[in-house]
Design a binder for this molecule. Structure first.
Ligand SMILES: NC(=O)c1ccc[n+]([C@@H]2O[C@H](COP(=O)([O-])OP(=O)(O)OC[C@H]3O[C@@H](n4cnc5c(N)ncnc54)[C@H](OP(=O)(O)O)[C@@H]3O)[C@@H](O)[C@H]2O)c1
Length: 330
């Protein structure tokens, strides 16, 4: 597995990570044994960068990863880079959230995550969403204290603006920024990606497959009732029809090359810059293996131009979150 570098400490991570969120919530029912098998296969394939958060399944996701880590010997365990997040506070069963960035909350959330993961140190600890009422310097100051206490190795921010990144980096090196980035979500190209490259901050691309829409394997009619995507504007009505036409174009380009749409979407992300690390999520070994194979692909200039034209931002329809999900996104 090819590697990329995480943050200013130069930590090697696999060129794609594994997003674990769907193993606990948001994308329909999951099976823990199947998820553990997928996680174990990821490690076998050299995927050593696992992404979780305290809010995914209200602690379930971190506990699941804790279960995986417990069964590994210490050498294998220390080769795995675990990223988790704090800051989104929800009531079980509800999607609505509030954001807590207070220093006391940062400390308490970290202790709870360490417990669930069964770790003494979290390799990468992100602020999941910003609450502008807490100065970023105060919040990052609290995160830096966790580094000094040995509870966290490196720190990151999710869905922040370039200006917040720069302010935060003035307090403590920001090893990673994690934001939505894919063929149909291009906001990071307006300054954030360049700022990350300048500061030695790794850019972790979440939802790199557009929550499966870009793979051409899902549509809203086939989603289960509790699936979060049923309420995502891009999966609804006219927007879905417009976006499906782009995905059909992606499928045609992928077929020309003899790869899957998912592979083409991931190879495109990997081509953007050496500091971009996509973290596709999956609960299935077959998708994991397919996604890992994208790491070896190099796209031609003609393919890159065709993809850029196909997914010109004004051709993508619908917001990337329902209104309740936009809170804390800068
Ligand atoms: N920082 C944040 O605010 C934030 C927000 C969202 C997500 N994330 C992180 O980013 C990770 C990835 O994002 P995501 O899970 O939202 O979206 P994603 O990676 O774009 O898509 C995941 C979906 O695609 C499916 N899939 C994966 N590979 C496939 C393939 N080769 N062919 C067909 N379908 C495929 C998965 O299916 P199955 O699971 O059914 O196999 C899953 O339903 C999450 O797991 C989470 O760790 C972070």
């Amino acid at each position: 597995m090819k590697q990329r570098i995480l943050g200013q400490m130069g930590t090697p991570v696999s060129a794609i990570g594994l997003g674990c969120m769907g193993m606990s919530e948001f994308y329909g029912a999951s099976d823990d044994e199947q998820s553990i098998a997928t996680l174990a296969r990821a490690l076998e394939l050299g995927v050593n960068f696992l992404d979780t958060a305290d809010t995914y399944g209200f602690g379930h996701n971190e506990s699941l990863i804790g279960r995986l880590l417990k069964d590994l010997g210490s050498a294998r365990r220390s080769a795995v880079v675990i990223a988790s997040k704090f800051g989104i506070v929800r009531t079980p069963g509800a999607y609505e959230r509030r954001i807590d960035n207070s220093p006391a909350y940062v400390r308490a959330a970290c202790e709870a995550s360490l417990q669930r993961l069964g770790l003494e140190t979290i390799d990468l600890y992100y602020c999941h969403r910003r609450n502008p009422e807490v100065p970023i310097e105060d919040m990052v100051g609290a995160m830096a204290e966790l580094v000094r206490a040995g509870k966290v190795r490196q720190i990151g921010l999710s869905e922040v603006s370039e200006s917040s990144l720069r302010k935060a980096h003035g307090v403590h090196p920001i090893a990673a920024v994690q934001s939505e980035y894919s063929l149909w979500s291009r906001e990071p190209e307006h300054g954030l990606l360049a700022a990350c490259a300048e500061l030695g901050t790794t850019f972790v691309a979440y939802s790199p497959l557009g929550r499966a829409f870009l793979t051409g394997t899902v549509n809203s009619a086939a989603l289960a009732a509790g699936d979060f995507r049923k309420h995502n504007p891009r999966f609804s009505g006219e927007a879905e029809a417009a976006n499906a036409a782009l995905v059909a174009g992606l499928g045609a380009l992928a077929a020309e090359r003899g790869v899957s749409s998912a592979q083409l979407a991931l190879a495109w992300l990997l081509s953007r810059h050496a500091h971009v690390v996509p973290i596709p999520g999956t609960r299935q070994v077959k998708w994991l293996e397919q996604n890992v194979a994208a790491v070896g692909m190099t796209l031609t200039t003609a393919e890159l131009i065709a993809l850029d034209e196909l997914f010109a931002p004004d051709r993508v329809a619908g917001a990337r979150y329902p209104e309740a999900g936009m809170i804390g996104i800068e």
